[in-house]
Design a protein. Structure first.
Ligand code: SF4
Length: 281
């Protein structure tokens, strides 16, 4: 299934039933979202629905801790308030504004994307499209990033899977799945789609909550099951996880060419990330 494609209601219901235990999924979603509403961190990119600002946050959070991203995010947006401003700037200025975050290919990719979307800076009103398929057609946008922009900016009912999300979904729903392999990744993307709540607005909270749980509670280094809001519905509740594959994006196998921004990403999020003990998301 193409990430973000909208199945018919009947098809979606059949898919859920074939993929997971529906009652388990409902309880999981309800507890997850309730926990997030009470415990989610107050991060600046959670206060906006501007697709450009969401994209900037997603790019910055690749391989960078959230504590480093927060101040830089504000500075960068003060320098480049819109996608059009990025498109009109010299590439060197964008890279300069990115300084301190490293991985400058992200800044170069953002500049190239801005020029593409705005027709080389000619179209001042141009912005990122809302649906996953159109986002995926843009240069440098992978499956994860497309889902993130669609869900977090437009509140579309789009699933997203990065390493943190894959880890949580594996532990809760599919402990036998190998998320390093194509079939396992396909299963995780299918689960991610199947457990989405009905509305895009609820999906926004759901996706943020999934990522937050992976960042703060069900981390790569340790599963804090005693603090976990979904422990009663988790297939591996109580197990100890002391190691994890290095973080990376989890491409949907239906789209193996997912080599864009999302696919290459190794998100650094909190202890979450397995790469850092400091929160990134
Ligand atoms: S109960 Fe434990 S393993 Fe399951 S999601 Fe929560 S922290 Fe992760």
């Amino acid at each position: 299934m193409t990430a973000g494609a909208e199945p018919s209601p009947r098809g979606a219901r059949a898919q859920v039933e074939a993929t997971i235990d529906v009652a388990q999924a409902r309880r999981f979603g309800a507890r997850l979202r309730r926990w997030f509403r009470a415990n989610g961190r107050d991060l600046p990119w959670r206060k906006t629905r501007d697709p450009y600002r969401i994209l900037v946050s997603e790019l910055m959070l690749q391989q960078t801790q959230v504590s480093r991203v927060v101040p830089k995010y504000g500075e960068f947006l003060a320098t480049f308030p819109t996608l059009h401003d990025v498109a009109r700037a010299r590439p060197g200025r964008v890279t300069e504004a990115w300084s301190g975050l490293g991985y400058y290919a992200r800044a170069r990719n953002l500049h190239a994307l801005a020029r593409h979307v705005t027709n080389r800076g000619r179209d001042e009103a141009a912005t990122l499209p809302p649906d996953v398929a159109s986002l995926r057609a843009l240069p440098g946008i992978g499956a994860y990033t497309a889902g993130a922009v669609s869900s977090f900016a437009y509140e579309r009912r789009a699933e997203l899977v990065d390493t943190n999300v894959a880890r949580v979904l594996k532990r809760v729903f599919a402990p036998d799945v190998d998320i390093k392999r194509g079939p396992g990744q396909k299963r995780i993307w299918t689960i991610a789609r199947a457990i989405l709540p009905r509305t895009g607005r609820a999906a926004w909270t759901h996706n943020q909550a999934l990522m937050e749980l992976g960042a703060l509670i069900c981390t790569a280094r340790v599963a804090r099951c005693d603090q976990c809001p979904v422990r009663s519905v988790c297939a591996t509740h109580g197990s100890r996880f002391t190691s994890s594959p290095r973080p990376s994006a989890v491409p949907p196998p239906s789209d193996p060419a997912s080599t864009g921004t999302g696919a290459r990403r190794s998100r650094c999020r909190s202890a979450a990330d397995g790469r850092s003990s400091a929160p990134c998301r």
